[in-house]
Ligand binder design. Structure first.
Ligand code: SF4
Length: 253
């Protein structure tokens, strides 16, 4: 696979029909399946509640740091009631390393209380109910639906929004509009894995500042090819993560 993008294709894309966009989006998704066959939620969890807690903690914090924090937290707070009845100062100490710990503590205690009062301590299974819980917005709700309940969901985080705009799938900035537009391009059954694979690509290849265009598997279908270095040698140094070798092999490096 080469990283070059013929001008002819860029011109053709300016007049892309909706059907053409659907085909291109699905082709790009198929390429991402090959690039990231094992993409997954990078937060560690064993129950829906643990995933909800980890996702709340992941706001403005890396998944790696959250994963360092949660083993002790989950051992000390095993269920919704333990958050509902938590001593605020003690809970704050557990989650302090994740930043914004006062707000996050309020969310966790509030979440525990609502779950105990209204849902018998269990997380509800619908988007409408999830988004009404303390600390849980639409993005978190979709993470929970997709990864804890196997209900397809599109997670529009900062990586996802940046990439789909670079790809010309949409110009929208509003995450809810992005979710609906992308949902119309990609089959519903693929939404959760699409989210993981797009986020993986954003973390490893298509970085915010210096995307590795010169070694990107999506180069021939990406209208933004060239926003990052196109020289393969330079670009190869920008690829991150454990899949780097596999990703470079796919483009013949
Ligand atoms: S790295 Fe470059 S070519 Fe690849 S998806 Fe991002 S902008 Fe497009």
């Amino acid at each position: 696979m080469t990283a070059a993008v013929p001008n002819r294709k860029n011109r053709a894309r300016q007049a892309e029909t909706q059907l053409g966009l659907v085909r291109r989006a699905r082709r790009m998704y198929r390429t991402l399946i090959v690039a990231f066959p094992d993409a997954h939620c990078e937060l560690d969890f064993t129950t829906p509640l643990e995933l909800a807690v980890a996702t709340i903690l992941s706001a403005q914090c890396t998944d790696v740091r959250v994963n360092l924090t949660t083993p002790a937290l989950f051992a000390a707070y095993p269920d919704a009631r333990s958050y509902a009845e938590a001593n605020r100062a003690e809970l704050e100490e557990y989650i302090r390393p994740t930043g914004f710990f006062r707000n996050k503590t309020s969310s966790l205690i509030g979440l525990g209380q609502v779950l105990v009062e209204r849902y018998d301590g269990e997380l509800p299974h619908t988007l409408d109910e999830l988004v009404k819980l303390p600390g849980i917005g639409r993005k978190t709700a979709n993470v929970i639906l997709g990864n804890a309940f196997d209900v397809p969901g599109i997670t529009v985080d900062t990586h996802f929004g940046r990439l789909v705009r670079r790809w010309g799938w949409t110009d929208e900035e509003d995450p809810v509009k992005v979710e609906h537009i992308v949902g119309a391009l990609i089959e519903r059954k693929d939404w959760t894995m699409l989210s993981h694979r797009v986020i993986f690509h954003g973390r490893r290849v298509c970085h915010a500042r210096k995307p590795a265009c010169g070694v990107c598997v999506l180069a021939k279908d990406c209208p933004s090819f060239g926003v990052g270095p196109t020289d393969p040698e330079t670009a190869a140094k920008l690829v991150k993560g454990p899949e780097a070798e596999h990703l470079l092999e796919l483009v013949g490096r």
